[in-house]
Write a protein that binds this ligand. Structure first.
Ligand code: NAD
Length: 281
């Protein structure tokens, strides 16, 4: 079994981004990310703090807009409009989930597609479908980066993704398809999930259920990617029963230290891409 180390791979992505940000700076071009957070969700606050820290380490200017829970749709849209027009801001990210009274899709739609570093805007989603894209949602992008770094060839492989969210499962399936994988996307209504998963050469778990993928669902020699972040008794665990599964795999990502660090690194990459595009580099 080979451990796919997200800390090592994300460090190499961040190093690459840092160097390119510095090169742009020499030309007088800054790279800036605005992060909007509405309300007091503790997990969201941790994610936003980590994003800010990553920006600082790479020379990316980060602006944080922490808005109260009571923020109205109009106020939030007005801020997005302001940031859309702000030249020093290349990327805009609105931390999800938003409080219930706000219309998440309308907020996503309001972000300029060329500043949409999360790649959630319908225009960017459509481009991913077409295979002609600048931005890819950070988590699936990070997984593709890991597979490439590890020289795991996808062509002709049976790829199974568990989970069909817009953020992870669906774009993940599409990226694997673009790399010539034979892709199945499973979800809560899938019949015989175990049988489907057992065929997978590459198995991606994005379910949100602790230790959901057990050894009997994994083919010998499979590559297993664990996207899950679940808190059990104060401990972070993935969607894969790591201890039970690891000896069957050719390669596996741990939780923590797997996909998580990649997600932030790819956000930095997307922000750099936005800055380059906006400055015609
Ligand atoms: P989601 O809740 O939007 O989607 C979960 C998916 O799992 C759904 O499509 C659902 O159909 C499927 N599912 C639920 N029960 C199932 C079952 N019994 N059998 C088969 N499929 C089932 O979640 P999400 O946003 O895609 O996130 C998934 C997990 O990944 C969560 O644990 C989340 O915290 C984590 N996550 C991690 C990162 C990271 O950076 N590592 C980023 C995003 C999400």
């Amino acid at each position: 079994m080979r451990l796919i180390d997200g800390k090592v791979i994300s460090a190499s992505v961040k190093e690459r981004v840092k160097n390119e940000v510095a090169l742009l700076k020499r030309e007088g071009i800054t790279t800036g990310l605005a992060v909007i957070i509405v309300g007091e969700d503790p997990a969201s606050k941790v994610y936003v703090a980590n994003k800010k820290k990553a920006c600082e380490a790479l020379g990316i200017i980060s602006e944080e807009y922490a808005l109260p829970e009571s923020t109205t749709q109009e106020e939030l849209l007005a801020l997005i409009d302001e940031l859309n027009n702000k030249e020093s801001i290349n990327g805009i990210l609105c931390q999800l989930p938003l409080p219930k009274h706000l219309d998440e899709q309308a907020v996503i739609n309001a972000i300029l597609p060329e500043k949409d570093v999360d790649a959630f805007h319908p225009q960017n989603v459509g481009k991913i479908m077409l295979g002609d894209y600048d931005f890819v949602p950070c988590t699936p992008a990070g997984i593709m980066e890991m597979l490439e770094y590890e020289n795991i060839d996808i062509t002709g492989k049976t790829c199974v993704v568990i989970g069909r969210s817009n953020i992870v499962g669906k774009p993940m399936g599409m990226l694997l398809l673009h790399k010539n994988g034979t892709v199945t996307i499973c979800h809560s209504r899938t019949k015989d999930l175990k049988e489907v998963c057992k065929n997978a050469d590459i198995l991606v778990a994005a379910v949100g259920k602790p230790r959901f993928v057990t050894a009997d669902m994994v083919k010998d020699g499979a590559v297993v990617i664990d996207v899950g972040i679940n808190r059990v008794d104060g401990k972070l665990v993935g969607d894969v029963d790591f201890e039970g599964v690891k000896d069957k795999c050719e390669a596996i990502t741990p939780v923590p230290g797997g996909v998580g660090p990649m997600t932030i690194a790819m956000l930095m990459q997307n922000t750099l891409t936005a800055a380059k595009k906006q400055n015609k580099r």
